[in-house]
Design a protein around this ligand. Structure first.
Ligand code: 8X3
Length: 268
């Protein structure tokens, strides 16, 4: 049965890689229906053209793709997005909440508060807005899978991770809460929690300072967007009775370090 897959944040990073992965998959089996959503329609249109071209060269089945602007931080954008979904794309089976970002790495007492607001608006409120819009249909059809993108930063705090980590901890806890609410329904919920991943994540975090972004990955082999897309695809490809609740993944070159101790405070 053809699945309708909605990917937010589909213009780059994990979202774009997931779109490529799902498009490939359905070339092998059946015509796919992909909804690609992000703020930049130009990038989505280019991605859709790429996916259509590769699907028609490899299979007679055409990948059906709907592209639309979606700014998850704006209620009117979310409303317009859902109001204009063509009928054949309305019964969403898989929602991949990939829109999200980190901004800044300053300690909490120095951050630009608007960065915190943007992260909360996107990673928490935006994710909730889209999920709330999609869920009633899934419940009515008794079918669906919501895949949220958390982060190791939601599990393991690090200096400067403050609100970014907080938003991702929310994503994990909300995903678990959804599972509790949906018990008895054939709807799966998964939170995937990647560690260091080389996408445009650090370029966004450092606001276009590409040299600083590159330094994050120096001498490492980080996760790629494709690695995470494979995992997104895999959790969905598991049989319907198997629900991966949370899946934390790091590159092999990443691990934990000891808890930090300040050794200059003896006299207090
Ligand atoms: C990405 C992982 O460690 O850069 O969510 O915050 S980290």
């Amino acid at each position: 049965m053809t699945k309708v897959v909605l990917i937010t944040g589909a213009s780059s990073g994990f979202g774009a890689a997931a779109a490529r992965k799902f498009a490939q998959d359905y070339q092998l089996q059946e015509p796919c229906k992909l909804i690609l959503a992000a703020r930049s329609v130009d990038k989505l249109t280019a991605l859709a053209a790429e996916l259509r071209a590769s699907s028609s060269s490899q299979s007679s089945a055409q990948c059906r793709i709907h592209v639309a602007a979606l700014d998850v931080t704006k209620p009117e954008s979310v409303a317009a997005f859902f109001a204009t979904l063509p009928e054949e794309f309305q019964n969403i089976d898989v929602l991949i909440n990939s829109a999200g970002l980190a901004l800044g790495l300053e300690p909490a007492h120095k951050v630009d508060f608007s960065d915190w607001e943007t992260m909360i608006d996107t990673n928490i409120t935006g994710m909730l807005r889209v999920t709330r819009a999609v869920l009633p249909g899934m419940v009515e059809r008794n079918r669906g899978h919501i895949i949220n993108i958390g982060s190791t930063a939601g599990n393991w705090p690090y200096p400067g991770g403050n609100t970014y980590g907080g938003t991702k901890a929310f994503v994990q806890n909300f995903s678990r809460g959804l599972r509790a609410d949906l018990l008895g329904k054939r709807i799966r919920v998964t939170c995937i929690e990647p560690g260091m991943s080389e996408t445009n994540f650090s370029n966004v975090r450092f606001k276009g300072d590409d040299a600083k972004a590159d330094k994050v990955y120096e001498g490492t082999k980080p996760l790629s967007a494709e690695d995470v897309a494979d995992i997104i695809h895999w959790v969905n490809a598991m049989p319907a009775h198997v629900n991966i609740n949370t899946l934390e993944v790091m590159p092999t070159c990443q691990s934990w370090s000891a808890l930090a101790v300040n050794r200059t405070m003896e006299s207090e």
